[in-house]
Design a protein around this ligand. Sequence first.
Ligand code: PXP
Length: 237
Amino acid sequence: MPDLGVNIDHVATLRQARLGLVPDPVYAAYLCEKAGANSIVAHLREDRRHIQDKDILLLRQKIKTRLNLEMSIAPSIVSIACKIKPYQATLVPEHRRELTTEGGLDVAANFKKISTAIGKLEKAGILVSLFIDPDKKQIDASKKIGAGIIELHTGRYSEAKGNKEKERFFNEIKQAVNYAGGIGLSVNAGHGLDYANVRRIAGINGIRELNIGYSIICKAIYVGLFKAVEEMRRLAR
Ligand code: PXP
């Protein structure tokens, strides 16, 4: 049974639409925890399009579960993380014009930069996870760089059209989970998961945590955040 990490970035997206105080991601995190979330995920982007520095600081102080800070390997962000000390940092690629995180980190191609960021974060006592595509080359590179945790990008499965494509990308994730688990990595997964597609992924043996944001915040518009998280937790289990 995987844990559920709820990504609250889009609560902040809505707040930033008017540059006001509401909706408050910290209060949203409190509701997510009450509804059974096992961790709170927030991405402090370099462009600060949703989550702001003060949100991370307050989340770190207020939440009762684990704070999983999604972040790029930019030295300025690494230095903020080292000061705030979230429970975990998930390193992701970041591009200015993307709508959301597109694809995983290319660990093999950016070995030195990623290794430097991991060294600094671990020295500050932060667990590090690498967000990568379900690809053997990236899994091997993650192992080689010394990461203990990886998060597999489920975007290709989530966006697949038709049963044949869905099956192909589902198997890709399943094989990646088995392979990574076999070489001693702890495996999380996420991106694009929703109320319709989460169950198959949650059923793969060996996934420790699913990190889900957009679909939960969208559903919360209709049914409220507590119910939206509660239902996702039930499906994930
Ligand atoms: N995991 C990681 C590493 C991500 O970058 C994101 C998106 O911020 C998610 C999980 C959640 O993706 P979604 O919002 O599509 O559920």
